[in-house]
Design a protein around this ligand. Structure first.
Ligand code: UDP
Ligand code: MG
Length: 319
């Protein structure tokens, strides 16, 4: 099978039939063999009925229905598990992404050898308010800097294409769908490209991600990913190092304070109280915090030693 299209959706019944007809037309024009996996993320409208009706007439339609709303990332995760195509395309259900982009996205994977091609939403200014575009710019700049995937302008675009290996080797959870290129890079897929894509204003319904908390959550997710990537496998290297360093500084400070006191006593000069010296407080905090960091690193090691992930290396080839 050439292509699997995965469509996560939450209350999008008005768009589904039109979206499927459009995908089908593009696939037939290009003579691709394909499947379209609709993942219904706990919709409360008629979305699932629409999918069932489409399925009756088209063997290419597959569906997964969640019992409740889990979020876009879990929906993508289940779609990825099920996908059989050589190239996997993800696409939003709201008709903002155009299926006409599919052939070129596929060509970039198959012929140009990209592991992942991310869409870059053009002409979106008419559709989105300023309160959304400015934070989006900021978000993308941070994501670029932290992830080290320097050539992407638009991490959050729902329209992306993947080589099948990629989706089988990454685990999207929580709200990590915004950082799939970063996940892919961490799993060892480094050829990540970008294609400018057309982007329409939403035809039906409202955006499912509203307000500022998406950006707060987005940054926290990025932070956790960066943490996992940098020292998830070796927590002791970081915490142990900083902890030891702090403890040593504290220890030296304590030695200075204590040495000074002893010297004064021995020489018979009037010595000031140990607690009057700033070094005393430095010694106190540094030694306590240093020990705590060290213990944190050690606990991290114990946890990662027990985790099922610990020897989960991504093997590309074996002879
Ligand atoms: N979506 C989903 N589960 C959710 C929220 C959204 O599956 O909990 C789907 C939604 O139906 C759409 C896609 O994710 O197909 C992108 O959502 P939306 O268009 O609301 O996001 P925006 O375009 O505003 O970033
Ligand atoms: Mg949308």
């Amino acid at each position: 099978m050439d292509i699997s299209v995965i469509v996560p959706l939450f209350n999008e019944d008005e768009s589904l039939a039109e979206l499927y007809a459009w995908i089908k037309r593009v696939m037939q024009e290009n003579k691709f063999t394909y499947e379209v996996i609709f993942v219904d993320d706990g919709s409360t409208d008629r979305s699932w009925q629409v999918i069932e009706e489409l399925q009756k007439e088209n063997a290419e339609v597959k569906g997964i229905k969640f019992r409740r709303n889990y979020g876009k990332s879990p929906a993508l995760y289940c779609g990825f598990e099920k996908a059989k195509g050589d190239v996997v395309i993800t696409m939003d259900a709201d008709l903002q992404d155009s299926p006409d982009e599919i052939p070129e996205l596929r060509r970039m994977i198959v012929e140009d050898g990209y592991d992942l091609v991310s869409g870059w939403k053009m002409n979106r200014s008419q559709g989105d308010p300023l309160s959304k575009t400015i934070p989006t710019k900021l978000f993308n700049a941070t994501a670029r800097a932290v992830s080290g995937v320097k050539n992407l302008h638009d991490f959050n675009c729902g329209l992306k294409a993947y080589r099948r290996d990629v989706v089988k080797n990454i685990e999207v959870y929580g709200e990590m769908h915004r950082y799939i290129p970063y996940l892919a890079k961490n799993a060892g897929f480094s050829k990540i490209g970008e294609k400018k894509v057309h982007h329409q204003a939403r035809k039906h319904g409202k955006s499912k991600f509203m307000g500022w908390n998406r950006f707060v959550n987005g940054y926290l997710d990025l932070l956790s990913l960066w943490f996992l990537d940098s020292f998830g496998l070796k927590p002791m290297h970081v915490f142990g190092f900083i902890g030891t360093l702090m403890f040593m500084i504290g220890f030296i400070a304590a030695a200075v304070v204590g040495g000074n006191k002893l010297y004064c006593l021995a020489a018979g000069v009037p010595a000031r109280l140990v607690t009057d010296s700033p070094y005393f407080y430095l010694a106190l905090t540094m030694m306590i915090l240093g020990t705590q960091l060290f213990v944190a690193g050690f606990l991290g090691e114990l946890i990662s030693r027990n985790s099922q992930e610990r020897n989960n290396y991504k093997i590309e080839k074996e002879l």
